[in-house]
Design a binder for this molecule. Sequence first.
Ligand code: FAD
Length: 471
Amino acid sequence: MVASQGVKVSTVEKGAVKDLRANVRGEVVAPGDGAYEGARRVWNGSIDRYPALIARCTGAADIMAAVKFARRTGLPVAVRSGGHSFPGLSVCDGGLVIDLSLMKGIRVDPYKRTARAQAGVLLGELDRETQQFGLAVPAGIVTHTGLAGLTLGGGIGWLMRKFGLTIDQLLSVDLITADGEFVKASERENADLFWGVRGGGGNFGIVTEFEFRLNPLGPNVVAGPIFWPMEESPRLLRFYRDWIKEAPEELMTIVVHRKAPPLPFVPPELHGKPVVSVVCCYAGPIEEGQEVVRPLKSFGSPVLDLCEPKPFLVHQAMLDPSFKHGWWYYVRACDVAELTDEVIDITADHAMRIKSPMTAFPIWQMGGAVARVGENETAFNGRTAGYTFNITAMTETAEGFDEEREWVRSFWSALAPYHTSVYVNFLMEEGEERIRQAYGPAKYERLKALKRKYDPTNFFRMNQNIKPNAK
Ligand SMILES: Cc1cc2nc3c(=O)[nH]c(=O)nc-3n(C[C@H](O)[C@H](O)[C@H](O)COP(=O)(O)OP(=O)(O)OC[C@H]3O[C@@H](n4cnc5c(N)ncnc54)[C@H](O)[C@@H]3O)c2cc1C
């Protein structure tokens, strides 16, 4: 049997597939099944891979069965939770996808202020449960992103400057190893593994469930974007970098350059016009937040100001329509220490050259609670970064994609003299050297040693891979 594009599925014996179906409570999807086309698709529409089988797991037992099956058959394995890996690392050609997207269990304990979430949970699903109690796990900025992949790489977002990264809230994980065995990891149990999963991605096993500490938040916050014409960018960014130095840790900002999208909250006369916005979120009392953002609101003549008190859940969903499933995406990322005049001028110059009506690139303000955790306490690197650039090209289809991708590459290269590090969750498939840069040499060595202990055969390699014996 041939799936498509020449990928042979006959390498998996029929008897073995029957065996997997018998051992997995969830669905096992194969080429030719009605569910196959939908199940192989990931968020980035430019990724088009044809797995031999997809095991849609319902719990730890299914995952253990799937891992043991792959061991027996020798099939390569990809692990999928939210499917939002930029380079599409959660789907593979001709292998087994261990798909956790059906595992949606969430349990909030408002008394202990903890939450347990299974691997298939998306950010918006977790927020919905925790905000019911005025609590939150700091995570990302788009509700349909997977909690699992985001957490395993670190997790940056609106609340990080106040409360820290997503991994800084992690109390424990349940994990299935490359041998298909169940282990727990926390500060007390398998502490080395717990260090590694906080930033080291899916290199050491499949996390089935996360346990987080919760933080008080909202439900209302002062949040939203303020827009200026893009020609104002050099002046605005110079004002912004000085103003932000004095800002309290409650305030998190992201600068976005793009053509104004045709969304309901954007007046029609702005649609398609190049704009620069500073998106704010103040994780503290409303009156305080209003006072803090006042100077920014008074800078120049904003063309639109949507920064106001609103439910945190509303703010969290604001960017969702700008990152639709199935569009084509390409990303290059870097951290820089400061928004120097040179960095600002390069940014403004390249922003003016955006062609696609969808392309929008965020510059993340870092610091605050993120930087108060020691560099060596977790595998995450770059806690002292000043700003994270996530230069993203977006097109609706393949049309115009190559040109927009070239724009990304030239922008990223122009910033090269100012690169300090890179956030591992914003890497494409860029090779081992870039993964080493993402962790820095000392942490990379430590991760390699951990990989030799927990996954010496590199069974989990569809990820930002730490090769156990890399030179
Ligand atoms: C629209 C969008 C918005 C984003 N916003 C943010 C943001 O605000 N902050 C931020 O920090 N990052 C953000 N990211 C990056 C995001 O953190 C990564 O893309 C992350 O990998 C997504 O997780 P996922 O579960 O959806 O991914 P998947 O594609 O399912 O998996 C990504 C990687 O993690 C591995 N993996 C997944 N689940 C598990 C598991 N349970 N156990 C072990 N390994 C596993 C996969 O094998 C793969 O290598 C964003 C990405 C997108 C596309």
